[in-house]
Design a protein around this ligand. Structure first.
Ligand SMILES: Cc1cc2nc3c(=O)[nH]c(=O)nc-3n(C[C@H](O)[C@H](O)[C@H](O)COP(=O)(O)O)c2cc1C
Length: 314
């Protein structure tokens, strides 16, 4: 069985995190992943605090296993969301878009593990200094907001630069990806795109259908000129972004074009003019399956890979 120190740190069976995804990772998916031995993480995005409270209470009705909340630090509700995390003693918080430094002491006081997502070595070092428990190093193969580095070069550089556990994210799909991440020095993986096609994931069926059909080259990064690049499935919205960027449209105009578009895709099923965030692994999604089956597939796959490797099984 594949166990790492991440399992002990978070109290989980398998070193697999389901990344927080705004409008995508809600109570149903999160509870299923945690119940299956991974760590489910709520994507709180820009949602108001009441929404989060509801999600937490739903999860606790389904499972008593640990789970996490992803907090986007740029959200207007970030302070209130952190208050809920502390009050509810949520086992794990992952953070994006900023430095969680000012919250670390309060979170640690109630035993919440703090794990920021970072796209670079410099940020990883800064986060380590602010006292976080681990780091998620996320490469640009991933779905959603991306940095400039890819997973293969980023993870070992972060591993070498910090003394806290590193989790790899971006472009990981199955047992092969898990073993590769461990080989790079990570203690586990965070995956988003594959969990979008879990049966428990509540996103619109139109999006699931697009992901089932997607091939390796079907994603594109838009919005580089805004400073907030995003990896999405190519569609009419992505094309419009590319055209406007080529015309030198000011970043503020481009940002406006993106407002509300993730919700339009994930909730309303608008796969042409919505933002269908997804990572490069979408080409490997072949079926809708329960989160438990996804986790079992990753673990058994990883064990087989380890046996197949030169010297494996000896
Ligand atoms: C639809 C979608 C929405 C996402 N939303 C968030 C988010 O709100 N906060 C965050 O930190 N990461 C977000 N991510 C990133 C994931 O949590 C995860 O790190 C990433 O998907 C891993 O790469 P993969 O897609 O190759 O598995 C999102 C990813 C996707 C695909």
């Amino acid at each position: 069985m594949i166990r790492t120190k991440l399992c002990d740190l978070l109290g989980i069976e398998y070193p697999i995190l389901q990344g927080g995804m705004a409008w995508v990772s809600t109570a149903e998916l999160v509870a299923a992943v945690s119940e299956a031995g991974g760590l489910g993480i709520i994507g709180s995005g820009q949602a108001p605090p009441e929404w989060l409270e509801e999600q937490v209470s739903k999860i606790r009705k389904i499972t008593n296993k640990p789970f996490g909340v992803n907090v986007m630090l740029m959200s207007p509700y970030a302070d209130q969301v952190m208050d809920i995390v502390i009050r509810e003693r949520i086992p794990v918080v992952t953070t994006g878009a900023g430095n969680p430094g000012k919250y670390v002491a309060g979170l640690k006081e109630v035993g919440t593990k703090v794990i920021p997502v970072v796209p670079s070595v410099a940020l990883a070092k800064r986060m380590e200094r602010s006292g976080v428990d681990a780091i998620i190093a996320e490469g640009g193969e991933s779905g959603g907001h991306v940095g400039e580095q890819n997973t293969m070069p980023l993870v070992p550089q972060v591993v070498d630069a910090v003394n806290i556990p590193v989790i790899a994210a971006g472009g990981i799909f199955d047992g092969r990806g898990l073993v590769a991440a461990l080989a790079l020095g990570a203690v586990g993986v965070q995956m988003g795109t594959r969990f979008m096609c879990a049966s428990e994931c509540v996103i619109h069926d139109n999006v699931k259908k697009v992901l089932l059909k997607a091939k390796d080259r079907d994603t594109v990064v838009t919005g580089r000129s805004t400073g907030h690049p995003v990896r999405v499935i190519k569609n009419k919205l992505a094309k419009r972004f590319e055209e406007l960027e080529m015309l030198g449209t000011p970043p503020e105009e481009l940002e406006k074009l993106g407002v509300g578009k993730l919700r339009a895709a994930m909730v309303d099923g608008d796969i042409e003019y919505g933002s269908v965030m997804a990572g490069q692994v979408c080409g490997m999604i072949k079926k809708i399956q329960p989160a438990k089956e996804i986790i079992e597939d990753i673990i058994t796959g990883a064990e087989e890979v380890l046996k197949r490797l030169p010297g494996g099984g000896n």
